[in-house]
Design a protein around this ligand. Structure first.
Ligand SMILES: Nc1nc2c(ncn2[C@@H]2O[C@H](COP(=O)(O)OP(=O)(O)O)[C@@H](O)[C@H]2O)c(=O)[nH]1
Ligand SMILES: [Mg+2]
Length: 151
């Protein structure tokens, strides 16, 4: 079984921007591809949105990501639905940070995203709003990732 200590795992609803964020952080070409399975790269562990959206898959989500060095819970600022239960991140013994995506979008609602991520148990100062399209916030995210470190 692969050891994920050196990887950053991304979880979040379908379409929240996890794969695009991985590509952006990896400076890869942004090309849309639905994640049907858990995808491993040397630094990232990208998961399908079904993992947090469907309660029956949630144990799977925790299983494959619990030994990651860092977990990023992704929330789209355009998403008016939440499927992450209260204090979900308390299940993890590793650091978890929150990322709010798509802040370039007209439908962006930052306040709602902060509320959802804080409801999941993430502290306000461990949440970064970003746009993978414009690049806004990506440097702040890199700084937060480095300050938290891969534990
Ligand atoms: N406006 C905007 N759209 C984004 C951004 N990041 C991702 N998207 C779009 O959101 C959709 C879902 O992105 P994807 O990365 O596949 O989400 P995933 O299901 O969480 O992996 C795609 O159409 C992306 O182009 C962003 O920063 N801004
Ligand atoms: Mg994906």
């Amino acid at each position: 079984m692969a050891n994920n200590r050196g990887r950053i795992a991304l979880i979040g609803r379908i379409g929240s921007g996890k794969t695009t964020l991985v590509q952006c952080l990896s400076d890869e070409y942004q090309k849309y591809k639905k994640t049907q399975q858990v995808t491993y790269t040397p630094l990232f562990l990208d998961t399908p949105g079904e993992f947090v959206e469907l309660p029956c898959f949630r144990p799977q989500a925790i299983n494959v990501t619990c030994d990651a060095g860092l977990i990023i819970l992704v929330n789209s600022s355009t998403d008016c639905q939440n499927s992450v239960p209260p204090n979900f991140i308390r299940t993890y013994t590793r650091p978890v940070i929150g990322v709010i995506t798509k802040i370039d979008d007209k439908q962006c609602n930052l306040k709602r995203s902060y509320r959802y991520l804080q409801y999941a148990g993430i502290r306000e100062n461990e949440i970064v709003p970003v746009s993978a399209f414009s690049g806004v916030g990506i440097d702040d995210l890199k700084i937060l990732i480095e300050s938290v470190g891969l534990k």
